[in-house]
Ligand binder design. Structure first.
Ligand SMILES: C[C@H]1CC[C@H](NC(=O)Cn2ccnc2)CC1
Length: 331
């Protein structure tokens, strides 16, 4: 089996996140979910939430699905790196993504969500595509949609073809040759503790020399930006007039009129260049002449993160075989 579904930016101005239609239960309830390779819980806004915490999101009502079953005595609670979080109880039901159906998928129904989720009307929940070791359901942890589907897939892979300010695609079970050019460079994945962790071979700022030094980080479709070591980030912003690391804005900002260099990162011998226009993320507040950078320091994070800003300049294969690997190709 295979599946293929659109990854649609939730905001027309800048790529905060991407959502994908997912149908749940019988009759089908369709929600727009954020596919997140940086976590491993499938959770949704649900009929178990106080209405005060719902602001425009679609909800899943298990009691309206003839195929829903309560996973008795189980609960979940998750906190993300940006401090957002949610918690609730658990049902199993049929979940379909782009024509690929998994029966008895654990659907984690929110009973509480943090304010940043309530404020994001376009995200009805998340589909974790990390390794199932990260799943937070207790007392018995549950498998991700990908892990449940894997055995039935033509090939144990999913691919991300994210795009700048336009819809891309998540494919399951196959590698679409029409989505990339040249060769796919595969590198090892360390899935302990459960992220798609790989080593980048180095970086370059603008037309500068390539600095060949391994940078271990996670491929995270659920994070908007890139978070890298201070040495890399200072080398980049040294080339940006008026750039400063702002405590008040929580990261590197610069005048929106500044000339930005491109940023190139390596995967093995391959090189991926993020154009200058992508490196300015957004005005710090609407209409401000101060812009927030797409490249930020991972100092406070604990791990380096290759988020959507890096993923969108490549076609990325998340290979869930044994051993797992990750492949990067130009497009
Ligand atoms: C400092 C960084 C801030 C952004 C963090 N990313 C996330 O929290 C990803 N995520 C998933 C669900 N909601 C958000 C990673 C650390």
């Amino acid at each position: 089996s295979t599946g293929s579904a659109a990854a649609v930016p939730i905001n027309a101005e800048f790529d905060i996140a991407y959502v994908t239609p997912v149908t749940l239960g019988t009759p089908p309830q369709t929600l727009q979910l954020d596919f997140d390779s940086g976590s491993s819980d499938l959770w949704v806004f649900s009929s178990h939430l106080p209405t005060s915490q719902i602001r425009g999101q679609e909800i899943y009502a298990p009691n309206k699905s003839s195929t829903a079953k309560l996973l008795d005595g189980h609960s979940w609670s998750i906190t993300y790196g940006d401090g957002s979080g949610s918690r609730g109880n658990v049902y199993t039901d049929n979940v379909t993504v782009g024509g690929l159906m998994v029966e008895r998928q654990a659907i984690e129904c929110a009973q509480q969500v943090s304010s940043s989720f309530t404020s994001e009307a376009h995200i009805d929940g998340l589909v974790g595509l990390g390794f199932s070791t990260l799943n937070t359901v207790s007392p018995k942890s549950q498998l991700t949609f990908f892990d449940n589907a894997k055995g039935a897939l033509d090939s144990p892979v999913f691919t991300a073809d994210l795009k700048h300010k336009q819809a891309g695609t998540y494919d399951f079970g196959f590698i679409d040759k029409a989505k990339y050019t040249g060769e796919i460079t595969y590198v090892p994945v360390n899935n302990d503790p459960g992220y798609w962790t790989f080593s980048s071979s180095g970086y370059a700022v603008g037309s500068g020399n390539f600095s060949a030094s391994p940078i271990s980080g996670i491929a995270d479709t659920g994070t908007s930006l890139i978070y890298l070591p201070t040495a890399v980030v200072t080398a980049y912003y040294r080339q940006v007039q008026g750039a400063t690391n702002s405590r008040s804005y929580g990261g590197y900002v610069f005048p929106c009129s500044a000339t930005l260099p491109s940023f190139t990162f390596g995967v093995g011998e391959a090189r991926f260049t993020i154009p200058p226009a992508y490196m300015s993320y957004a005005a710090v507040t609407p209409g401000s002449s101060t812009c927030f950078g797409g490249l930020q320091s991972s100092n406070g994070v604990g791990i380096n993160i290759w988020g959507d800003l890096a993923l969108k300049v490549a076609f990325v294969v998340f290979n869930g075989g044994t051993p797992p690997t990750i492949g990067w190709a130009a497009k």
